[in-house]
Design a protein around this ligand. Structure first.
Ligand SMILES: Nc1ncnc2c1ncn2[C@@H]1O[C@H](COP(=O)(O)OP(=O)(O)OP(=O)(O)O)[C@@H](O)[C@H]1O
Ligand SMILES: [Mg+2]
Length: 244
């Protein structure tokens, strides 16, 4: 079943077309990798479909409901939540408190807020940092906190903007395993923007390639990796390498 349908979405900034006529569909429980050179419009796409920015035109349909241009909290309540490439936790608040802010989005009962947050903290491997102020977390902890805050809002569709960036391989692997498990065990649908090609290839069912705000191609990881246009968009870099 199609859970997300994006159709003809465009967004310009002072005449610069950051997104032009972007369209794609994502099936329930599928993982869509989104790649493209710096400035291709990947973050703008997340902004435009999650309510951070209003698209100039086009349509975003989530679970059969038109959510185009709705504010982020309403889209989150409808089931789609994103993480931020530039993380913004409340730095003086502990991990638990940060996640509680997110669980409060769907329940007001104090006990449920805390137990829901504690559950997400365990699930995301943040247990040992539970009472640590977010400002003191290492990058790997901050990335997990960003994920935890999104999960605490109980999304059906999760948008991940470079959750692996800045992590060393030994930190990436367990996080990739966690993302795979979230799909298997909780049926999450995911869209993830990522520059680390090995991760994209491993996790994605399909890969969407953005280039200068347009969909260059969409296909299986194998199809995309062999596509000469994709290789050209990366100026000859092999998109199957460990990193782009
Ligand atoms: N709020 C904004 N105001 C003006 N221009 C913007 C804004 N946000 C993005 N842009 C421009 O839109 C284009 C796409 O930017 P975007 O951040 O979506 O790229 P990206 O694919 O996420 O890049 P990266 O891989 O570096 O994160 C860029 O030219 C960028 O400068
Ligand atoms: Mg970006």
């Amino acid at each position: 079943m199609t859970v997300l349908r994006v159709q003809g979405v465009s967004k310009a900034f002072q005449g610069i077309h950051a997104l032009g006529d972007v369209g794609f569909e994502v099936e329930e429980r599928q993982i869509l990798g989104i790649i493209g050179p710096n400035g291709a419009g990947k973050t703008t796409l997340f902004n435009a479909i999650s309510g951070t920015l209003r698209p100039d035109s086009g349509q975003v349909v989530l679970d059969g409901h038109d959510v185009t241009g709705d504010p982020p909290h309403r889209i989150a309540r409808a089931g789609m939540v994103r993480t931020f490439q530039l993380m913004r936790p409340f730095r003086s608040m502990t991990v638990l408190e940060n996640v509680c802010v997110a669980t409060m989005s769907h329940t007001a009962a104090h006990r449920e807020v805390v137990s829901g947050a504690a559950e997400v903290i365990e699930r995301t491997g943040l247990g040992r940092w539970r009472d640590t102020p977010a400002g003191e977390l290492p990058t790997a902890g901050l990335k997990r906190l960003e994920l935890a805050r999104a999960l605490a809002m109980r999304p059906k569709v999760l948008l991940l903007d470079e959750v692996l960036a800045g992590l060393v391989p030994a930190e990436r692997e367990p996080l990739l395993d966690l993302l795979a498990a979230l799909r298997e065990e909780e049926g999450l649908t995911m869209l993830f923007v990522e520059h680390i090609m090995a991760a994209v290839m491993r996790l994605s069912d399909r890969v969407l390639v953005l280039d200068q705000g347009r969909v260059l191609t969409i296909g299986t990881p194998g199809e995309v990796a062999r596509d000469p246009r994709v290789i050209e968009a990366y100026l000859g870099e092999e998109p199957t390498g460990a990193e782009a």
